[in-house]
Design a protein around this ligand. Structure first.
Ligand SMILES: [Zn+2]
Ligand SMILES: [Zn+2]
Length: 336
């Protein structure tokens, strides 16, 4: 076997600590029993990847990063149906699930033994990735490979908003933070019947323009005590404050944005307003099915959220730019 068959280019979190990410030659994966090899066509870069870079999210290095993955199955391992070869797929992230109560209940996202792609096992910032057959979802023809990479964050949003259902028809919904998660949450809330406003800061002009292009009302100072549901997607103390203030009495508050550190927030407001404060972590098989149906019927549009498609080698500028409010989602395509 020649060298090019044995190795591939990958973005690797090499160790815990600063300057611990590099693009390097990495062994090309070989499928174990029950696994397939996906040739990666799109891998979304997410806030979690920035947290991984700063050691603010747990990892077991060295590990190939990337958990928002879509591509084509090019090889199958033992005990896997050959029908998968050539199928375009997006991949769930929770490997090596067990027989704990959560796994048996379809809530693998809460399993203590799960090992997620891109942090505990090799992920999709590479030309190829090994994935268990049970984690594959065929993607509809109506969406591109690059859009399909965003199925994972969309599935997370579906889990957060719809399981259990937190939005009723004609609910006034405020989304704080017009980043990728905010624009996905707004679209899912609208599909569930909500009347959605998105709030942001002055620096968010580009993102708020996309929100308007998607048909949402935008506001820099949403009215106090006027929303039935507030969805906090900024992951910032300021955004949390706006969400708490804008919630009407008896409202539902859904925490979506990861802050990454402790912040001040008034617990008394939750009490006085009788807020239902809820959240959710990652995705479940059920939320993936919902996400794919929303994509197939056009309720959620992903193309406006993709700012750029980049080769793996450009990761330093990609990671730097993602901290910038002019950018929404950047997708790596290892083939370019
Ligand atoms: Zn993510
Ligand atoms: Zn488990």
């Amino acid at each position: 076997m020649n060298k090019s068959k044995e190795t591939m280019t990958a973005i690797v979190k090499t160790a815990i600590g600063p300057d611990s990410i590099s693009v390097m030659d990495w062994p090309r994966p070989v499928p174990k029993s029950g696994q397939v090899i996906v040739e990666v066509h799109g891998a979304g870069v997410c806030g979690t990847d920035l947290h991984i870079a700063n050691d603010a999210y747990p990892t077991v290095p060295p590990v190939v990063m990337g958990h928002e993955v879509a591509g084509v199955v090019v090889e199958v391992g033992e005990a896997v149906d050959k029908k998968w070869i050539g199928v375009r797929v997006a991949c769930e992230t929770h490997h090596q699930v067990c027989r704990c109560d959560f796994c048996r209940d379809g809530r693998r996202n809460l399993c203590k033994n799960k090992t997620s792609m891109g942090s505990f096992v090799d992920g999709g910032f590479a030309a190829y990735v090994a994935v268990a057959e049970e984690l594959l979802h065929p993607i509809p023809n109506t969406i591109t490979d690059h859009e399909a990479a965003l199925t994972e964050p969309l599935a997370c949003v579906c889990h957060l908003l719809l399981d259990p259902a937190l939005i009723n028809v004609a609910d006034k919904v405020l989304v704080t933070g017009p980043g990728p998660m905010g624009l996905l949450a707004a679209q899912v809330a609208r599909a569930a019947g909500g009347i959605v406003t998105i709030s942001g800061l002055e620096k968010d002009t580009v993102r708020l323009d996309v929100a308007q292009h998607l048909g949402f009302s935008v506001s820099s100072s949403p009215e106090a005590e006027s929303f039935d549901v507030v969805i906090e997607c900024s992951g910032s103390e300021g955004g949390i404050g706006v969400a708490l203030k804008s919630a009407r009495r008896g409202a539902r508050y859904i925490a979506v944005g990861i802050v990454g550190h402790d912040v001040k927030m008034s617990v008394d407001v939750i009490l006085y307003k009788e807020l239902l404060l809820t959240s959710g972590f990652a995705s479940t098989p059920h939320s993936w099915n919902r996400a794919l149906k929303l994509l197939e019927n056009g309720s959620v549009r992903l193309a406006p959220l993709i700012s750029r498609v980049e080769p793996l080698g450009n990761w330093p500028v990609v990671f730097k730019d993602l901290k910038n409010a002019d950018v929404l989602k950047i997708v790596f395509d290892p083939r370019i």
